[in-house]
Design a protein around this ligand. Structure first.
Ligand SMILES: NC(=O)c1ccc[n+]([C@@H]2O[C@H](COP(=O)([O-])OP(=O)(O)OC[C@H]3O[C@@H](n4cnc5c(N)ncnc54)[C@H](OP(=O)(O)O)[C@@H]3O)[C@@H](O)[C@H]2O)c1
Length: 306
């Protein structure tokens, strides 16, 4: 048996593993009456997660960059799905989305922060911040902090991080040059944004201590999706080969987030980092609560200035 097939076949304490699909990890769950907000529902892992959770009965609050994109995606999420415009790199759009959801007045069982962009080839800024950091982290920070009051007492916040958070600068979040003015590297900036997702979940988890709300982060695996659109041609050509050997399919890639968002066995499990549908260990920076606290305060300052 090859090493790859051993890894692919391995299951952890949860009973699920690398090869589990979103349908498998939610099999038998009755999510009727549950309201789940998901960002980035137009494609990839977000679309598959919304489809599967809707299939189990959840009402999906489906966020995409525009209401047209969200409505288009909602055709696959059952009759009750609510399309939401939420352009994460536009604070007005995120605030309007928060207002819209608050007006709807329905309590949320979970917020799945799935949307993201990766490895922009050139440094781009939005509101003075590097665009991946702004989209992946600041946009979700605005969304979640705006809706946290609407989370049920048992509500869950789930952040899509990545093992690429280890590609952040050695110091972790580069507070003295947050926007890479002194030198931009696409993967380092992506890594910083994914470390920010992880640290945000950590800070939120600390704030949730003593309650039954939870905040967790996860790495979904490596999956061929539109996320790789900025990768160079050679890497993209190699993708199908890599996919055949060691990449997950989209249904497998969506499994961990569906599991963390809904599985009853995770009630009260807070502040963890998951991969392959099991609790894992993030990097030292990913577990740094002082860095997480500083990031929270720096992000509050950024948001206050928007
Ligand atoms: N695929 C992997 O191997 C992998 C590995 C580790 C972590 N992840 C994480 O998994 C998450 C999902 O990625 P994916 O692989 O499913 O990629 P994807 O297919 O590109 O999906 C990302 C989604 O995010 C949306 N999005 C991007 N920028 C946005 C913005 N400014 N405002 C609102 N929505 C925005 C995209 O919408 P548009 O199509 O309109 O741009 C798209 O629907 C990401 O957070 C990613 O970092 C993925």
């Amino acid at each position: 048996m090859s090493l790859v097939s051993i890894i692919k076949g391995r299951r952890g304490a949860s009973g699920f593993g690398y090869a589990s699909s979103a349908e498998e990890v939610t099999a038998g769950l009755d999510l009727r009456g549950k309201n789940i907000l998901i960002t980035g529902v137009g494609s990839g892992l977000g679309h598959e997660s919304a489809r599967v959770l809707a299939k189990r009965g959840a009402k999906i609050f489906a966020a995409a960059r525009s209401v047209e994109k969200a409505s288009e995606a909602c055709r696959n999420f059952g009759a009750g799905a609510v399309p939401l415009a939420c352009e994460l790199s536009d604070p007005d759009s995120v605030r309007a989305c928060v207002e819209h959801v608050r007006q709807l007045g329905e309590p949320l069982d979970a917020i799945l922060c799935n949307a993201g962009i990766m490895a922009l080839p050139k440094r781009e800024l939005r509101c003075g911040q590097e665009l991946q950091f702004f989209t992946n982290h600041v946009g979700h920070f605005l969304l979640v902090t705006g809706l946290v009051d609407q989370l049920l007492p048992t509500g869950r916040v789930v952040m899509l991080s990545s093992d690429a958070h280890t590609m952040a600068p050695k110091v972790g979040i580069q507070f003295d040059d947050l926007s890479f003015e002194k030198g931009y590297r696409p993967w380092t900036a992506y890594g910083q944004s994914k470390l920010a997702n992880l640290l945000f979940a950590r800070s939120l988890a600390l704030r949730f201590e003593g309650s039954s709300r939870t905040a967790n982060a996860l790495h979904p695996g490596v999956i061929e999706t539109k996320l790789g659109r900025h990768m160079n041609v050679v890497v993209r050509l190699l993708f199908p080969v890599a996919a055949a050997i060691a990449m997950k399919s989209i249904p497998q890639g969506a499994a961990t987030q569906c599991y963390v968002t809904t599985h009853p066995s995770l009630a009260g499990v807070n502040g963890e980092y998951f991969f392959d549908c099991n609790v894992g260990k993030s990097s030292r920076n990913g577990r740094d609560t002082a860095m997480a606290a500083r990031l929270w305060s720096v992000t509050e300052d950024i948001v206050a200035g928007l």
